[in-house]
Design a protein. Sequence first.
Length: 486
Amino acid sequence: MKSTLLGVSIAALLVGSCASVAQEAEQTRQPVQNAAAGPARPEASAMTSRSDVSRHDAARGAGYRALHLCSGLFESEMSEEMVYATLSRSSRAADEGADMIDRENGVVAVRYLDDMPPRIAVHRDNLGCTQLPIGATMEAVQHLTPWPADVERPNFDDQDWPLGDQNAVEPPRAELEALLDEAFLDQESKYAGDTWGVVIVQNGRILAERYEEGYEMHVSARTNSMCKSLSVSLVGVGVREGLVDIHAPAPLEAWSRPGDPRGAITIADMLGMNSGFWTSGAGNPQIDIYGSGAPPAEISALNMMDAEPGTRFVYSGSDTILSTHAVREALGDDEAFLSFPHRELLWRIGMTRTVIETDWLDDFLISGQCWSTARDFARFGILYANDGVWEGERILPEGWSEFVATPAAAQPASVAVGRPGYGAQFWLYGDAQGMPSPGYSAAGALGQFAMIVPEHDLVVVRRGLDIGDGFNIAEFTADVIAALED
């Protein structure tokens, strides 16, 4: 963390947002606090001038915008134009004049209400950006945990594939190039979607690779729920190290009081989205974790149950985050855990341009707040195609690939109408989806896929920004298999 964040730059960053607050305070004869401490509290009438819901929605939208701009500008290698173009619809609607960007220090603040501090996101080396909670000011930045000075990100760019990027791509094959031509027709394609990147790997070699203009092999984008598959992989590392038993009650202190029914939930239940936690949908409480800075250790871990574990499928990012949090508690060393995903998984398989962002209490928001490249997820697919072994070294426990591809006890209701099933943080594909061979995929919103087909030692990575109809990864993978068999 750069020291200037705590000096003059704080006041400079926030002076604009506090100007209107100062004017209001003058009119109401209220004192104005120091900019770093936040604005003065307005009168009750001002607090009720908007509904509580609209105030909260405004705060969430500004927080998500600050986080996306921070990650895009300081981590992704995207152009600034692309960063703004890839904002979500709700965040994109905000006034660009509300954005305050400190490029030197990696800070983005977004104004949203005159009587509240702006929403702030801060970049940290190797951790991407962290969103401060609603109401936090720049004073909170000094309390974020810095990246360990003795842990340095490696650079494998000049090494051979798959660890590095050299000698990676096989000579073009006309049948695969034709499939890429079709895929990049976007909504006019038979696969639909809006594609920006495809990487096809067989037997560890890249057979075909293509990117939309503005993207390339080192440009990362938000993975959305593809990141969930990183969570189960970190749990796998924890199993390999003897830290956790996924079939025993999850080692979470919040559930340890005798008689607490949540104490019966296992990590395996959570990995299969079978925890039994109450939720009003996949967005709750996820939307506050992503947009409000609500810590999962509080809003998720302290949630209540309304079903027996293992009896109901509910797609909830809280189950994902808490699975990784269980490994953190079992490790018992918060400082070491901050670099744990990098040292034990990402960097060991060359995923050096993948970041898993954290909340302000250092829990990884691994249900979807990750940024990664198409090539990095191709590497990830190779790891699973080899049952967790990377160039002769075992990273994941033996049989872990089979475990994640085994249907969870309770399945999505949509399986009955031919939709994919669910394993452990991977979606499952087969005959019902038109796949000639069974496969399982990391998958995320807007068309993020890393399909693994063990029978063919095949990995198909497709990244996109699907706004209309979503990309049909099953049909595309089936066509790749057919082309390779010709």
